[in-house]
Design a protein around this ligand. Sequence first.
Ligand SMILES: NC(=O)c1ccc[n+]([C@@H]2O[C@H](COP(=O)([O-])OP(=O)(O)OC[C@H]3O[C@@H](n4cnc5c(N)ncnc54)[C@H](OP(=O)(O)O)[C@@H]3O)[C@@H](O)[C@H]2O)c1
Length: 239
Amino acid sequence: MLLNPTVLITGASAGIGRATALVLAQANATIIATARSNEALIELSKECAELGQPIRTLAGDLNDHDFIRALTLFAGEVDILINNAGVLTYAPILEIQPDDYVAMFNTNVFATLALTQAIAQGMLARGRGHLIMVTSTGAREVFPFAGAYCASKHAISAITRSLRLELQPKGIRVSEVAPGLVDTQIRKNNNHPEVLAAQAQRKTVPLTVADVANTIAHVALSQAPSGSIDFIELRPFIN
Ligand SMILES: NC(=O)c1ccc[n+]([C@@H]2O[C@H](COP(=O)([O-])OP(=O)(O)OC[C@H]3O[C@@H](n4cnc5c(N)ncnc54)[C@H](OP(=O)(O)O)[C@@H]3O)[C@@H](O)[C@H]2O)c1
């Protein structure tokens, strides 16, 4: 494996992505971090610099094709792309609003595909690279009030498996990391009473962002020379 890979990570301003950027920076990866919040990226950058691991950041919206082009140019040669950015709105399936389900498909599926298409071109030209997709346990099952989110994660998981079929023979690894429940900002965007009542009944003890970040870092840094970690599902213990 490459000793100091260049890693482009999306959704690095918060939660799992931020924690993953920190773990990989400390493992001497060259990090390019992106998200919409420039302020949060500057904070991450300062924290990495204090650890003696400078990173590069570029803020923008992955739903903007001009930004995807700019990010691709800014990033240059990327060894590992970690597609982590995502959004989630919980609501009963009959009540979820078009703005919300469209936003989930736009960010979780179409923007992820568009960035992957852009970055994978360079990987194909070099005959090597690694795409890591952060999906969810909701990529294989469905949960109450999360139907549209789970559908978006099923979709990006299907795209991930298609990418693997087409790109692995050309030297590009394609891995899917599917975590279960983690208490991050993504879950805070809820005010529907049924959703809040269900959350109050929750028994699962969530994973931590460190659990997920360390798993993603393992997938990024520990691939066998003649094999590939295709899929990891990381589930919280059942209590
Ligand atoms: N938390 C969980 O329980 C859980 C479980 C399984 C899978 N996941 C997946 O893990 C990934 C990270 O989630 P998280 O829990 O860490 O959530 P989070 O704390 O809300 O972080 C989401 C990240 O995505 C970025 N983002 C969202 N929309 C964007 C856009 N249009 N353009 C660019 N960046 C965008 C956000 O940054 P800005 O707001 O600054 O743009 C933020 O950095 C997601 O794909 C999520 O579906 C989460």
